[in-house]
Design a protein around this ligand. Structure first.
Ligand SMILES: C[S@@+](CC[C@H](N)C(=O)[O-])C[C@H]1O[C@@H](n2cnc3c(N)ncnc32)[C@H](O)[C@@H]1O
Length: 377
């Protein structure tokens, strides 16, 4: 498996192992961007001369389940409220684009669209009655899905005012090349991601892939954005400059332990584990800043870091809950490589390892929350 385009999708539907039912950590991350989103929207509205007729807004890596419509709902709400505070008319039309990879379960979002439109309609009526002094209040929303990879162009030139993306940009476009030596021997054996035993050349390959991907992301968005456009991005990262530092990789280290236990019992071939690496990278602040400066299209308006619990929103049976949340994200990629038959056993073991881990230590993850403004051309 090299590219994520055909293989990565969050677990579909609304069943026990679905992403829809196991995404409370990501919901928390969305809530942490609220202030940055409000500020960006305010700046966009303030920068416009005269009434704003239309705005293009896109959520990149929207996935499936309640989080997808929650994000755009909150953005629409912020536009209403900010226009109200600024005592000006809200934009008449909002084009709301939901982007994810081709295999994403967009249908699960579409079935919730009638209630989304109903809620927006009710808010519009409410605002209108509160603000009848300034006439028709509140935009008409047009929601569309835009399947494709955000590591490349998705939208026409200068068509988007605001981009949002949460819990997605830690996914690379592909597994880095260069994870083998000159004799084609695997270099990251027994691991799924960077770990203490990972050779420098593998770490370098991961970092390079991140730099290429993130630079391509910025360049594509800068072309698609109107002048004065803004974006708020949040994703997993690491605090330390050391890529093998615990917060950047520990959940994958524990999953590798579960797989290696299955290898030792003859349930999984060792070569299968050795040949599997995740298309994921937790960057550090220095790398992030370097790519933004080098690519050059954006200025950083604000950058915040947060530490959140892995088991955010999971009330009981933490090991099992976190294992289910990871399964909802990773199952498609793991199934593609190892086959579906090992999934129940693998995640059962992972849950036990996690329980043991949680009994000894508080498990945290580290996130970036960054707000960017397009530079004037
Ligand atoms: C963990 S989910 C986060 C979803 C949602 N934003 C949330 O906060 O709940 C990450 C999403 O990013 C998507 N993704 C990963 N790489 C992508 C890419 N190159 N282009 C578009 N979407 C991508 C995945 O398919 C997945 O749905």
């Amino acid at each position: 498996m090299e590219s994520v385009v055909e293989t990565l999708h969050m677990n579909k539907g609304a069943g026990e192992t679905s992403y829809a039912m196991n995404s409370s950590l990501q919901r928390k991350l969305i809530s942490l961007t609220k202030q940055a989103v409000e500020k960006a929207i305010k700046e966009i509205l303030c920068s416009q001369r005269g009434p704003t007729m239309k705005m293009g807004i896109a959520d990149l890596g929207c996935s499936t389940g309640p989080n997808a419509l929650m994000v755009i709902s909150e953005i629409v709400q912020t536009i209403y409220e900010t226009s109200n505070t600024l005592n000006r008319l809200a934009p008449k039309e909002l084009m709301l684009y939901l982007n994810d990879l081709f295999t994403n379960d967009f249908n699960n979002i579409f079935v919730s669209l009638p209630s989304f439109y109903k809620k927006i309609g009710q808010e519009k009526e409410h605002n209108q009655s509160k603000n009848n002094n300034i006439g028709d209040f509140g935009p008409t929303c047009f929601v569309s899905a835009v399947p494709g990879t955000f590591y490349g162009r998705l939208f026409p030139t200068k068509s988007i005012n605001f981009f949002h993306s949460s819990s997605s940009l830690h996914w690379l476009s592909r597994v880095p090349i260069g994870l083998k030596d000159e004799s084609a021997r695997r270099l990251n054996t027994g691991k799924l991601y960077i770990s203490k035993s990972t050779p420098n050349s593998v770490i370098e390959a991961y970092s390079q892939q991140f730099q290429n991907d993130f630079s391509c992301f910025l360049e594509s968005r800068s072309l698609e954005m109107v002048d004065e456009g803004r974006m708020v991005l949040s994703f997993l990262g690491r605090e330390s400059t050391d890529p093998a530092a615990i917060y950047g990789c520990y959940h994958w280290e524990l999953l590798a332990q579960a797989l290696m236990a299955m290898v030792s019992e003859g349930l999984v071939e060792e070569e299968k584990v050795d040949s599997f690496n995740l298309p994921y990278y937790a960057c550090c602040y220095e790398e992030l800043k370097m790519v933004i400066e080098k690519e050059g299209s954006f200025m950083v308006d604000s950058l915040e870091t947060n530490e959140i619990d892995w088991d955010e929103g999971i009330e009981s049976e933490r090991g099992e809950g976190v294992a289910r949340a990871v399964r909802a994200i990773l199952e498609s990629i793991l199934e593609y490589h190892f086959g579906s038959h090992i999934m129940d056993d693998l995640f059962g073991r992972y849950a036990q390892i996690l329980d043991h881990h949680f009994s000894r230590t508080k498990a945290k993850c580290f996130t970036f929350n960054i707000s960017l403004v397009k530079r004037r051309e």
